[in-house]
Design a protein around this ligand. Structure first.
Ligand code: EPZ
Length: 417
Protein backbone atom coordinates (compact mmCIF):
# COMPACT_ATOMS: atom_id res chain seq x y z
CA UNK A 1 0.00 0.00 0.00
CA UNK A 2 1.20 3.51 -0.78
CA UNK A 3 2.09 6.10 1.83
CA UNK A 4 3.00 9.77 1.74
CA UNK A 5 6.27 10.92 3.28
CA UNK A 6 6.35 14.60 4.18
CA UNK A 7 9.24 16.77 5.39
CA UNK A 8 7.54 19.58 7.31
CA UNK A 9 8.43 23.27 7.30
CA UNK A 10 7.98 24.46 3.71
CA UNK A 11 5.79 27.53 3.18
CA UNK A 12 3.40 26.95 0.27
CA UNK A 13 3.60 29.57 -2.47
CA UNK A 14 2.58 29.85 -6.12
CA UNK A 15 -0.56 28.43 -7.65
CA UNK A 16 -2.81 25.38 -7.32
CA UNK A 17 -5.58 24.62 -9.84
CA UNK A 18 -8.77 23.29 -8.25
CA UNK A 19 -10.29 20.22 -9.91
CA UNK A 20 -13.91 19.42 -10.62
CA UNK A 21 -16.08 18.41 -7.68
CA UNK A 22 -16.21 14.72 -6.71
CA UNK A 23 -19.55 15.17 -4.95
CA UNK A 24 -21.03 17.01 -7.93
CA UNK A 25 -19.97 14.59 -10.67
CA UNK A 26 -21.12 11.40 -8.88
CA UNK A 27 -24.88 12.16 -8.95
CA UNK A 28 -24.62 13.69 -12.45
CA UNK A 29 -23.09 10.45 -13.75
CA UNK A 30 -26.00 8.49 -12.22
CA UNK A 31 -28.53 10.89 -13.78
CA UNK A 32 -27.41 9.79 -17.27
CA UNK A 33 -29.40 6.59 -16.65
CA UNK A 34 -32.60 8.66 -16.75
CA UNK A 35 -32.39 9.37 -20.48
CA UNK A 36 -30.79 7.01 -23.01
CA UNK A 37 -28.27 8.87 -25.13
CA UNK A 38 -24.78 10.33 -25.23
CA UNK A 39 -23.40 12.94 -22.82
CA UNK A 40 -20.17 14.94 -22.54
CA UNK A 41 -19.16 15.88 -18.98
CA UNK A 42 -16.25 18.37 -18.75
CA UNK A 43 -13.86 19.02 -15.82
CA UNK A 44 -14.23 15.53 -14.35
CA UNK A 45 -11.47 14.82 -11.79
CA UNK A 46 -9.37 11.65 -11.99
CA UNK A 47 -10.34 10.04 -8.66
CA UNK A 48 -10.84 6.47 -7.51
CA UNK A 49 -14.43 7.28 -6.51
CA UNK A 50 -15.14 8.35 -10.11
CA UNK A 51 -13.50 5.13 -11.32
CA UNK A 52 -15.63 3.09 -8.91
CA UNK A 53 -18.83 4.69 -10.16
CA UNK A 54 -17.71 4.25 -13.77
CA UNK A 55 -17.30 0.52 -13.06
CA UNK A 56 -20.77 0.41 -11.53
CA UNK A 57 -22.32 2.20 -14.52
CA UNK A 58 -20.62 -0.26 -16.88
CA UNK A 59 -22.29 -3.15 -15.01
CA UNK A 60 -25.54 -1.31 -15.77
CA UNK A 61 -24.77 -1.22 -19.47
CA UNK A 62 -23.66 2.42 -19.52
CA UNK A 63 -20.52 3.08 -21.58
CA UNK A 64 -18.08 5.59 -20.09
CA UNK A 65 -14.91 6.73 -21.87
CA UNK A 66 -12.45 9.34 -20.61
CA UNK A 67 -11.18 11.94 -23.07
CA UNK A 68 -8.69 14.09 -21.17
CA UNK A 69 -10.61 15.95 -18.45
CA UNK A 70 -13.96 14.96 -19.99
CA UNK A 71 -16.06 11.81 -19.69
CA UNK A 72 -18.12 10.65 -22.68
CA UNK A 73 -21.14 8.70 -21.43
CA UNK A 74 -23.48 6.54 -23.55
CA UNK A 75 -26.53 5.23 -21.71
CA UNK A 76 -28.44 3.91 -24.76
CA UNK A 77 -27.82 0.30 -23.72
CA UNK A 78 -28.39 0.76 -19.99
CA UNK A 79 -30.18 -2.09 -18.19
CA UNK A 80 -31.52 -2.47 -14.61
CA UNK A 81 -28.88 -4.94 -13.45
CA UNK A 82 -28.24 -5.25 -9.73
CA UNK A 83 -25.75 -2.79 -8.22
CA UNK A 84 -23.45 -5.29 -6.47
CA UNK A 85 -22.33 -5.23 -2.84
CA UNK A 86 -18.61 -5.14 -3.62
CA UNK A 87 -19.04 -1.85 -5.47
CA UNK A 88 -21.66 -0.27 -3.20
CA UNK A 89 -19.68 -1.04 -0.03
CA UNK A 90 -16.59 0.48 -1.66
CA UNK A 91 -18.39 3.73 -2.21
CA UNK A 92 -21.63 4.64 -0.47
CA UNK A 93 -22.50 7.20 -3.14
CA UNK A 94 -23.26 4.20 -5.41
CA UNK A 95 -26.71 4.31 -3.83
CA UNK A 96 -27.34 7.30 -6.12
CA UNK A 97 -28.22 4.81 -8.89
CA UNK A 98 -31.35 3.73 -7.00
CA UNK A 99 -33.56 6.69 -8.00
CA UNK A 100 -32.57 6.80 -11.67
CA UNK A 101 -32.89 3.02 -12.25
CA UNK A 102 -36.26 2.93 -10.49
CA UNK A 103 -37.54 5.97 -12.41
CA UNK A 104 -36.34 4.71 -15.81
CA UNK A 105 -37.08 0.98 -15.52
CA UNK A 106 -39.68 0.64 -12.70
CA UNK A 107 -37.52 -1.93 -10.87
CA UNK A 108 -34.18 -1.50 -9.12
CA UNK A 109 -31.94 -3.78 -7.06
CA UNK A 110 -29.15 -2.03 -5.16
CA UNK A 111 -27.04 -3.60 -2.43
CA UNK A 112 -27.27 -1.86 0.93
CA UNK A 113 -24.07 0.19 1.49
CA UNK A 114 -21.86 -0.77 4.42
CA UNK A 115 -21.11 1.62 7.27
CA UNK A 116 -18.39 4.23 6.94
CA UNK A 117 -15.27 4.68 9.00
CA UNK A 118 -17.13 6.93 11.38
CA UNK A 119 -20.13 4.72 12.02
CA UNK A 120 -23.17 3.40 10.19
CA UNK A 121 -24.50 5.63 7.44
CA UNK A 122 -28.26 4.89 7.12
CA UNK A 123 -30.22 5.39 3.91
CA UNK A 124 -33.72 5.37 5.46
CA UNK A 125 -34.49 8.82 4.02
CA UNK A 126 -33.67 7.54 0.51
CA UNK A 127 -36.00 4.56 0.88
CA UNK A 128 -38.85 6.55 2.43
CA UNK A 129 -38.66 9.01 -0.48
CA UNK A 130 -38.97 6.15 -3.00
CA UNK A 131 -41.94 4.74 -1.05
CA UNK A 132 -43.59 8.18 -1.00
CA UNK A 133 -43.37 8.12 -4.81
CA UNK A 134 -45.21 4.79 -4.82
CA UNK A 135 -42.37 2.29 -4.86
CA UNK A 136 -42.64 -0.96 -2.93
CA UNK A 137 -39.32 -1.58 -1.17
CA UNK A 138 -38.18 -4.85 0.37
CA UNK A 139 -34.86 -5.96 1.73
CA UNK A 140 -33.80 -9.15 -0.01
CA UNK A 141 -30.67 -10.61 1.64
CA UNK A 142 -28.89 -7.28 1.90
CA UNK A 143 -30.20 -6.01 -1.42
CA UNK A 144 -32.75 -3.21 -1.71
CA UNK A 145 -35.43 -4.45 -4.10
CA UNK A 146 -37.59 -1.54 -5.27
CA UNK A 147 -40.58 -1.85 -7.57
CA UNK A 148 -42.66 1.09 -8.76
CA UNK A 149 -43.91 1.68 -12.26
CA UNK A 150 -44.87 4.35 -12.84
CA UNK A 151 -43.79 6.45 -9.89
CA UNK A 152 -46.37 9.01 -8.86
CA UNK A 153 -45.73 12.58 -7.66
CA UNK A 154 -45.97 13.06 -3.88
CA UNK A 155 -45.05 15.26 -0.94
CA UNK A 156 -41.70 14.33 0.62
CA UNK A 157 -40.55 15.86 3.89
CA UNK A 158 -37.02 15.07 5.09
CA UNK A 159 -36.62 15.21 8.91
CA UNK A 160 -33.33 17.03 8.31
CA UNK A 161 -31.12 17.89 5.37
CA UNK A 162 -29.57 14.94 3.53
CA UNK A 163 -27.46 15.48 0.40
CA UNK A 164 -27.76 11.92 -0.91
CA UNK A 165 -31.42 11.45 -0.13
CA UNK A 166 -32.25 14.78 -1.80
CA UNK A 167 -30.32 13.75 -4.91
CA UNK A 168 -31.99 10.36 -5.09
CA UNK A 169 -35.48 11.77 -4.52
CA UNK A 170 -35.06 14.43 -7.21
CA UNK A 171 -33.72 11.92 -9.74
CA UNK A 172 -36.72 9.66 -9.09
CA UNK A 173 -39.32 12.45 -9.13
CA UNK A 174 -38.32 13.98 -12.48
CA UNK A 175 -39.94 11.01 -14.30
CA UNK A 176 -42.81 10.45 -11.85
CA UNK A 177 -46.39 11.12 -12.98
CA UNK A 178 -47.60 14.43 -11.56
CA UNK A 179 -46.13 16.92 -9.12
CA UNK A 180 -43.63 16.19 -6.36
CA UNK A 181 -42.91 18.69 -3.60
CA UNK A 182 -39.83 18.05 -1.47
CA UNK A 183 -39.35 19.95 1.78
CA UNK A 184 -36.14 20.42 3.76
CA UNK A 185 -33.94 19.57 0.79
CA UNK A 186 -30.15 19.86 0.91
CA UNK A 187 -28.95 23.15 -0.58
CA UNK A 188 -25.35 22.06 -1.19
CA UNK A 189 -23.94 23.37 -4.51
CA UNK A 190 -23.61 19.76 -5.65
CA UNK A 191 -27.39 19.34 -5.42
CA UNK A 192 -27.97 22.67 -7.17
CA UNK A 193 -25.67 21.55 -9.99
CA UNK A 194 -27.51 18.21 -10.22
CA UNK A 195 -30.86 20.03 -10.50
CA UNK A 196 -29.43 22.35 -13.17
CA UNK A 197 -28.18 19.31 -15.10
CA UNK A 198 -31.60 17.63 -14.84
CA UNK A 199 -33.28 20.84 -16.09
CA UNK A 200 -30.87 20.85 -19.04
CA UNK A 201 -32.14 17.30 -19.68
CA UNK A 202 -35.72 18.64 -19.83
CA UNK A 203 -36.78 18.18 -16.19
CA UNK A 204 -39.05 20.84 -14.66
CA UNK A 205 -37.76 21.77 -11.18
CA UNK A 206 -38.76 24.96 -9.34
CA UNK A 207 -37.00 26.32 -6.24
CA UNK A 208 -33.47 25.15 -7.06
CA UNK A 209 -31.11 26.35 -4.30
CA UNK A 210 -33.92 26.78 -1.77
CA UNK A 211 -35.11 24.30 0.87
CA UNK A 212 -38.25 23.44 -1.12
CA UNK A 213 -38.35 21.91 -4.59
CA UNK A 214 -41.44 21.50 -6.77
CA UNK A 215 -40.96 19.00 -9.58
CA UNK A 216 -43.36 18.44 -12.50
CA UNK A 217 -42.72 14.90 -13.70
CA UNK A 218 -41.85 14.56 -17.40
CA UNK A 219 -42.75 11.66 -19.67
CA UNK A 220 -39.15 11.47 -20.81
CA UNK A 221 -35.90 13.40 -20.64
CA UNK A 222 -33.08 13.87 -23.14
CA UNK A 223 -29.29 13.87 -22.82
CA UNK A 224 -27.35 17.06 -22.02
CA UNK A 225 -23.73 18.09 -21.63
CA UNK A 226 -22.32 19.61 -18.44
CA UNK A 227 -19.21 21.14 -16.93
CA UNK A 228 -18.59 19.95 -13.37
CA UNK A 229 -18.40 22.73 -10.76
CA UNK A 230 -15.13 23.23 -8.84
CA UNK A 231 -14.58 21.12 -5.74
CA UNK A 232 -15.32 23.34 -2.74
CA UNK A 233 -13.83 20.88 -0.23
CA UNK A 234 -10.60 20.55 -2.21
CA UNK A 235 -10.60 24.37 -2.25
CA UNK A 236 -11.00 24.55 1.53
CA UNK A 237 -8.28 21.97 2.03
CA UNK A 238 -5.71 23.98 0.04
CA UNK A 239 -6.79 27.20 1.78
CA UNK A 240 -5.88 25.54 5.08
CA UNK A 241 -2.60 24.29 3.58
CA UNK A 242 -1.63 27.84 2.60
CA UNK A 243 -2.67 29.25 5.99
CA UNK A 244 -1.09 26.51 8.09
CA UNK A 245 2.31 26.77 6.39
CA UNK A 246 2.37 30.59 6.61
CA UNK A 247 2.54 30.74 2.85
CA UNK A 248 1.05 32.78 0.03
CA UNK A 249 -1.00 30.53 -2.24
CA UNK A 250 -3.26 31.32 -5.19
CA UNK A 251 -6.09 28.84 -5.89
CA UNK A 252 -7.34 28.97 -9.47
CA UNK A 253 -10.53 27.80 -11.23
CA UNK A 254 -12.55 27.62 -8.02
CA UNK A 255 -15.89 29.12 -6.96
CA UNK A 256 -15.48 31.45 -3.94
CA UNK A 257 -19.27 31.75 -3.51
CA UNK A 258 -19.39 28.05 -2.58
CA UNK A 259 -16.93 28.58 0.25
CA UNK A 260 -18.37 31.52 2.21
CA UNK A 261 -18.46 29.71 5.58
CA UNK A 262 -14.89 28.42 5.27
CA UNK A 263 -13.59 31.82 4.12
CA UNK A 264 -15.34 33.50 7.07
CA UNK A 265 -13.81 31.04 9.55
CA UNK A 266 -10.30 31.49 8.15
CA UNK A 267 -10.62 35.27 8.21
CA UNK A 268 -11.81 35.09 11.83
CA UNK A 269 -8.69 33.04 12.60
CA UNK A 270 -6.56 35.88 11.23
CA UNK A 271 -5.84 34.43 7.77
CA UNK A 272 -5.68 36.92 4.88
CA UNK A 273 -8.07 35.97 2.07
CA UNK A 274 -8.44 37.83 -1.26
CA UNK A 275 -11.19 36.73 -3.64
CA UNK A 276 -11.28 37.52 -7.34
CA UNK A 277 -13.92 35.85 -9.61
CA UNK A 278 -12.60 32.25 -9.86
CA UNK A 279 -9.44 32.72 -7.78
CA UNK A 280 -8.78 32.85 -4.04
CA UNK A 281 -5.46 34.05 -2.57
CA UNK A 282 -4.60 32.87 0.95
CA UNK A 283 -1.79 34.34 3.08
CA UNK A 284 -0.94 33.93 6.71
CA UNK A 285 1.86 35.70 8.48
CA UNK A 286 0.58 36.54 11.93
CA UNK A 287 -0.55 34.26 14.74
CA UNK A 288 -3.68 32.15 14.26
CA UNK A 289 -6.61 32.98 16.50
CA UNK A 290 -8.68 30.17 18.11
CA UNK A 291 -12.24 29.59 16.86
CA UNK A 292 -15.58 28.15 17.92
CA UNK A 293 -17.08 26.41 14.90
CA UNK A 294 -20.15 24.21 14.48
CA UNK A 295 -20.66 22.14 11.35
CA UNK A 296 -24.02 22.50 9.59
CA UNK A 297 -25.75 21.78 6.28
CA UNK A 298 -24.91 24.23 3.48
CA UNK A 299 -24.44 27.18 3.63
CA UNK A 300 -23.09 26.43 7.14
CA UNK A 301 -19.57 25.26 7.87
CA UNK A 302 -19.17 21.93 6.02
CA UNK A 303 -18.58 18.73 7.95
CA UNK A 304 -16.18 17.73 5.17
CA UNK A 305 -13.88 20.57 6.28
CA UNK A 306 -14.04 19.75 10.01
CA UNK A 307 -10.88 17.64 10.14
CA UNK A 308 -8.89 20.07 8.02
CA UNK A 309 -9.90 23.03 10.19
CA UNK A 310 -8.91 21.06 13.27
CA UNK A 311 -5.43 20.63 11.81
CA UNK A 312 -5.18 24.41 11.42
CA UNK A 313 -6.37 25.09 14.96
CA UNK A 314 -3.69 22.83 16.41
CA UNK A 315 -1.35 25.85 16.02
CA UNK A 316 -3.77 28.61 17.06
CA UNK A 317 -2.84 30.80 20.04
CA UNK A 318 -5.52 29.57 22.43
CA UNK A 319 -8.20 26.90 22.78
CA UNK A 320 -10.77 26.23 20.03
CA UNK A 321 -13.99 24.25 20.02
CA UNK A 322 -15.41 22.31 17.08
CA UNK A 323 -18.93 20.92 17.29
CA UNK A 324 -19.79 18.22 14.73
CA UNK A 325 -23.56 18.16 14.15
CA UNK A 326 -23.75 16.11 10.92
CA UNK A 327 -21.75 12.98 11.83
CA UNK A 328 -21.35 13.25 15.62
CA UNK A 329 -18.58 10.65 15.82
CA UNK A 330 -16.53 11.93 12.88
CA UNK A 331 -13.33 12.25 14.94
CA UNK A 332 -11.20 9.30 13.78
CA UNK A 333 -8.49 11.84 12.86
CA UNK A 334 -8.12 13.01 16.48
CA UNK A 335 -5.84 10.28 17.87
CA UNK A 336 -3.63 10.52 14.78
CA UNK A 337 -3.37 14.32 15.07
CA UNK A 338 -2.42 13.81 18.73
CA UNK A 339 0.42 11.53 17.61
CA UNK A 340 1.75 14.57 15.74
CA UNK A 341 1.69 16.60 18.95
CA UNK A 342 -1.85 17.94 18.88
CA UNK A 343 -3.71 18.46 22.17
CA UNK A 344 -7.34 17.56 21.52
CA UNK A 345 -10.08 16.33 23.84
CA UNK A 346 -13.31 14.84 22.47
CA UNK A 347 -16.51 15.06 24.52
CA UNK A 348 -19.45 13.58 22.60
CA UNK A 349 -19.72 15.57 19.37
CA UNK A 350 -17.42 18.33 20.63
CA UNK A 351 -13.68 18.54 20.13
CA UNK A 352 -11.68 20.91 22.35
CA UNK A 353 -8.46 21.83 20.52
CA UNK A 354 -5.73 23.45 22.62
CA UNK A 355 -3.23 25.29 20.44
CA UNK A 356 0.33 24.03 20.75
CA UNK A 357 3.53 25.82 19.71
CA UNK A 358 4.65 23.18 17.23
CA UNK A 359 3.90 19.72 15.87
CA UNK A 360 6.41 16.93 15.44
CA UNK A 361 6.52 14.39 12.64
CA UNK A 362 5.38 10.79 13.18
CA UNK A 363 3.93 7.75 11.42
CA UNK A 364 0.14 8.17 11.21
CA UNK A 365 -2.65 6.23 9.53
CA UNK A 366 -5.46 7.59 7.39
CA UNK A 367 -8.96 6.35 8.23
CA UNK A 368 -11.23 8.22 5.83
CA UNK A 369 -10.95 10.75 3.04
CA UNK A 370 -11.04 13.99 4.99
CA UNK A 371 -9.12 12.61 7.98
CA UNK A 372 -6.30 11.74 5.56
CA UNK A 373 -6.30 15.32 4.30
CA UNK A 374 -6.00 16.63 7.87
CA UNK A 375 -3.00 14.38 8.55
CA UNK A 376 -1.25 15.59 5.40
CA UNK A 377 -1.93 19.22 6.35
CA UNK A 378 -0.48 18.67 9.83
CA UNK A 379 2.52 16.89 8.30
CA UNK A 380 3.25 19.96 6.17
CA UNK A 381 4.10 21.94 9.32
CA UNK A 382 5.26 19.20 11.70
CA UNK A 383 8.99 19.31 12.48
CA UNK A 384 10.80 16.45 10.81
CA UNK A 385 9.29 13.60 8.84
CA UNK A 386 5.65 12.50 8.81
CA UNK A 387 4.51 9.35 7.07
CA UNK A 388 0.80 8.93 6.31
CA UNK A 389 -0.19 5.33 5.49
CA UNK A 390 -3.35 3.94 3.84
CA UNK A 391 -3.49 6.86 1.44
CA UNK A 392 -5.90 4.98 -0.82
CA UNK A 393 -8.42 6.94 1.24
CA UNK A 394 -7.02 10.23 -0.07
CA UNK A 395 -6.90 9.09 -3.69
CA UNK A 396 -10.68 8.69 -3.52
CA UNK A 397 -11.28 12.43 -3.40
CA UNK A 398 -8.16 14.51 -4.12
CA UNK A 399 -6.77 14.59 -7.65
CA UNK A 400 -2.94 14.43 -7.70
CA UNK A 401 -2.64 15.95 -4.22
CA UNK A 402 1.10 15.15 -3.96
CA UNK A 403 1.82 16.81 -7.31
CA UNK A 404 -0.29 19.86 -6.49
CA UNK A 405 1.38 20.29 -3.08
CA UNK A 406 4.90 19.69 -4.48
CA UNK A 407 4.17 22.24 -7.17
CA UNK A 408 3.54 24.78 -4.40
CA UNK A 409 6.81 23.95 -2.63
CA UNK A 410 5.79 21.17 -0.24
CA UNK A 411 8.27 18.37 0.37
CA UNK A 412 5.96 15.38 -0.12
CA UNK A 413 6.63 12.04 -1.80
CA UNK A 414 4.44 9.01 -2.56
CA UNK A 415 6.30 5.92 -1.33
CA UNK A 416 5.52 2.24 -1.75
CA UNK A 417 5.02 0.33 1.51
C1 EPZ B 1 -22.75 13.59 1.33
O1 EPZ B 1 -22.87 12.35 1.96
C2 EPZ B 1 -21.29 13.72 0.92
N1 EPZ B 1 -20.96 12.65 -0.02
C3 EPZ B 1 -20.39 13.61 2.15
O2 EPZ B 1 -19.06 13.85 1.72
C4 EPZ B 1 -20.77 14.71 3.14
O3 EPZ B 1 -20.02 14.54 4.32
C5 EPZ B 1 -22.28 14.62 3.46
O4 EPZ B 1 -23.05 14.66 2.24
C6 EPZ B 1 -22.73 15.78 4.35
O5 EPZ B 1 -22.48 16.99 3.70
C7 EPZ B 1 -21.29 12.80 -1.33
O6 EPZ B 1 -21.86 13.81 -1.72
C8 EPZ B 1 -20.91 11.68 -2.25
P1 EPZ B 1 -26.11 13.08 4.13
P2 EPZ B 1 -24.34 11.76 2.31
O7 EPZ B 1 -27.16 12.17 3.62
O8 EPZ B 1 -25.30 12.15 1.25
C9 EPZ B 1 -28.08 11.23 8.00
C10 EPZ B 1 -16.80 13.38 1.40
O9 EPZ B 1 -15.90 13.45 2.23
N2 EPZ B 1 -28.88 10.41 7.08
O10 EPZ B 1 -26.19 14.54 3.80
O11 EPZ B 1 -24.19 10.33 2.62
C11 EPZ B 1 -26.60 10.88 7.95
O12 EPZ B 1 -26.31 9.78 8.78
C12 EPZ B 1 -18.11 12.77 1.80
O13 EPZ B 1 -16.73 13.80 0.23
C13 EPZ B 1 -29.87 9.60 7.61
O14 EPZ B 1 -30.08 9.54 8.83
O15 EPZ B 1 -24.68 12.55 3.65
C14 EPZ B 1 -25.96 12.16 8.44
O16 EPZ B 1 -26.01 12.20 9.84
C15 EPZ B 1 -18.05 12.15 3.19
N3 EPZ B 1 -30.63 8.84 6.77
C16 EPZ B 1 -26.88 13.24 7.88
O17 EPZ B 1 -28.11 12.58 7.54
C17 EPZ B 1 -30.44 8.89 5.40
O18 EPZ B 1 -31.17 8.19 4.66
C18 EPZ B 1 -26.35 13.91 6.60
O19 EPZ B 1 -25.97 12.88 5.71
C19 EPZ B 1 -29.42 9.71 4.89
C20 EPZ B 1 -28.67 10.47 5.75
Amino acid sequence: MDAFRIEGGAKLTGEVRISGSKNAVLPILCATILAPGTYRLENVPVLSDVATLTTLLRTLGVRVVREGSALLVDSRESVPNEAPYELVRTMRASVYVLGPILARFGHARVSLPGGCAWGPRPIDFHLKAMEALGAVIRLDHGVIDAIGAPLRGAEIRFPFSSVGATGNAVMAAVLAEGTTTIFNVAREPEITSLCEFLCAMGARIEGVGTEKLVIEGARELHPADARVIPDRIETGTYLVAGALTGGDLLLRDTEPAHNEAVLAALREAGVEIDVNKTDIRVRSRGPLRPLEVETAPYPGFPTDMQAQLMALLLLAEGTSEIIETIFPDRFKHVPELCRLGGSIRVEGNRAIVRGVGALTGAHVMASDLRASAALILAGLVARGTTEVSRIYHIDRGYERIDEKLSGAGARIWRVRR
